[in-house]
Design a protein around this ligand. Structure first.
Ligand code: SAM
Ligand code: F3S
Length: 442
């Protein structure tokens, strides 16, 4: 049986694509995963080019598996994902031992590309954007993700048409393409029939989803309402949403649909209107604040998390202070904070960037420290509450169970394995930096 060694670099979309790459090879050849590159017949690096660091790491790591081809001449090395999409054949020029280069939109063609490489002896590059073809050719859904069995990801749209001035995604993953309504519902229903209880609707701009519902154009809020009608699905999450697409209907859905988890990940990027305009984000801080205020009105205990970019070209001390203030005012209870990374081909890469790297890092650490403190305060407020928890498995220490609350916090608590994959009520008794402790509430 052939073996696949698969490494993922970067974001959640890449993680999801990696699962699909493994599914595609399993369906085509019964290929199983291995954690040892030495045992593999196929090595796949699934890459991310959102920041420069991840991109450079790919080439360093490719160098480390090159020698395996000497011991196993039949070994195939493939590079997929956004670096592949951006660099194309240049990857083979820089690393001539690479056999196949494929993009996020052509991962379903990987078995065919490997076969062509074997038959022709020529390296294969396919980084095209065949739009909806990928959705149609992926194997049937399997339970996937962190708590395989009870929770699954469902991609409902791909790509991005927002063209923020700093971001490569529209160039590497293509424009927004929504998956048809009937296909999404069929996949959710199939997952529910397999015993899945929680679905996470996934997309680069998930709330930009549009589709035909009963003959007229439907939006993301309507889609969520239909998903919540599927028997067996008890909790719905979605990520990542965009402020510009955050409609009042979606806010109302948070009030109306009890299955919709009380958590929204809504990247803001900066607290300065000047910087937001230069980033071409398409909203002001006032508009962003208004979304959060209305969301809290709809679902009082909702957890709001975000993404920030620090040190965007021209970011002044006053701009950064505005970011700190926004993060404090809106009580984000977690955030991914990144130092700006100039990406070739994006408009922002042309802007003068005079802030020394050590100052950017100092700002990053200040924001991270503030958000850590906010996260700790949020966790403390949860102590004493009873939370509906989906049990994911044994806790890391192995002395009990671990599950996830509606607001996306991990809770460890004592309990037997028969509870894995079920929803239980847990009373939160204590909190540590990133995890909560609790007991089953009877
Ligand atoms: N669709 C999402 C949104 O609404 O903004 C973001 C998707 S993006 C791939 C994930 C995150 O990476 C962004 O929110 C941003 O914070 C970060 N990011 C993107 N380009 C970046 C860059 N050039 N430098 C640093 N961080 C970047
Ligand atoms: Fe990137 Fe902006 Fe789209 S961050 S993924 S271009 S919304």
């Amino acid at each position: 049986m052939s073996k696949l060694y698969l490494r993922t670099f970067g974001c959640q979309m890449s993680e999801y694509d990696s699962q699909k790459i493994a599914d595609v090879l399993r369906a085509a050849h019964g290929t199983e995963r291995t954690e040892q590159p030495e045992d593999a017949d196929v090595i796949v690096f699934n890459t991310c080019s959102v920041r420069e660091k991840a991109q450079e790491k790919v080439f360093a790591d490719l160098g480390r598996v090159r020698h395996l081809k000497r011991a196993n001449p039949g070994l195939m090395i493939a590079v997929g994902g956004c670096v592949a999409s951006q660099e194309g054949a240049a990857i083979i020029e820089r690393a001539p031992f690479v056999d196949v280069v494929f993009g996020p939109q052509t991962l379903h063609r990987l078995p065919e590309l490997l076969a062509r490489r074997r038959a022709s002896g020529e390296p294969q590059v396919d980084i095209s954007f065949p739009l909806i073809e990928k959705f149609d050719s992926l194997p049937a859904p399997r339970e996937a993700g962190r708590n395989a069995g009870a929770s699954a990801f469902v991609t409902i749209m791909e790509g991005c048409s927002k063209y923020c001035s700093f971001c490569v995604v529209p160039y590497t993953r293509g424009e927004e393409v929504s998956r048809p309504f009937a296909d999404v519902l069929a996949e959710v229903a199939a997952l529910a029939a397999q015993g899945v209880k929680e679905v996470t609707l996934l997309g680069q701009n998930v709330n930009a989803w549009r589709g035909s519902i009963a003959g007229s154009t439907g939006d993301f809020a309507e889609l969520v309402a239909f998903v919540s009608e599927v028997d067996g699905i008890e909790r719905i999450r979605y990520t990542t949403s965009h402020p510009r697409e955050f409609t009042q209907r979606l806010i109302d859905a948070h009030a109306a649909l009890p299955k919709l988890a009380p958590h929204v990940h809504l990247p803001v990027q900066s607290g300065s209107d000047r910087v937001l305009a230069a980033m071409k984000r398409g909203y002001t801080t006032l508009e962003y604040r208004s979304i959060i205020r209305r969301l809290r009105g709809a679902q009082a205990d909702i957890s709001v998390t975000s993404d920030f970019i620090i040190g965007f070209p021209g970011e002044s001390e006053a701009d950064f202070d505005a970011t700190l203030k926004l993060a404090r005012d809106l009580r984000f209870d977690e955030a991914y904070c990144f130092v700006y990374s100039a990406r070739p081909g994006t408009p922002a890469a042309e802007l003068p960037d005079r802030l020394p790297p050590e100052q950017k890092l100092a700002r990053l650490h200040r924001l991270q420290a503030q958000i850590e403190a906010q996260a700790a305060a949020f966790a403390e407020r949860m102590v004493g509450s009873v939370e509906r928890v989906l049990v994911e498995g044994r806790s890391r220490r192995g002395d009990g169970l671990a599950g996830r609350t509606g607001n996306n916090r991990i809770v460890n608590f004592p309990g037997g394995e028969e509870l894995i994959g079920r929803f239980v009520d847990v009373r939160i008794s204590a909190c540590a930096a990133h995890t909560l402790r609790g007991e089953l509430a009877r």
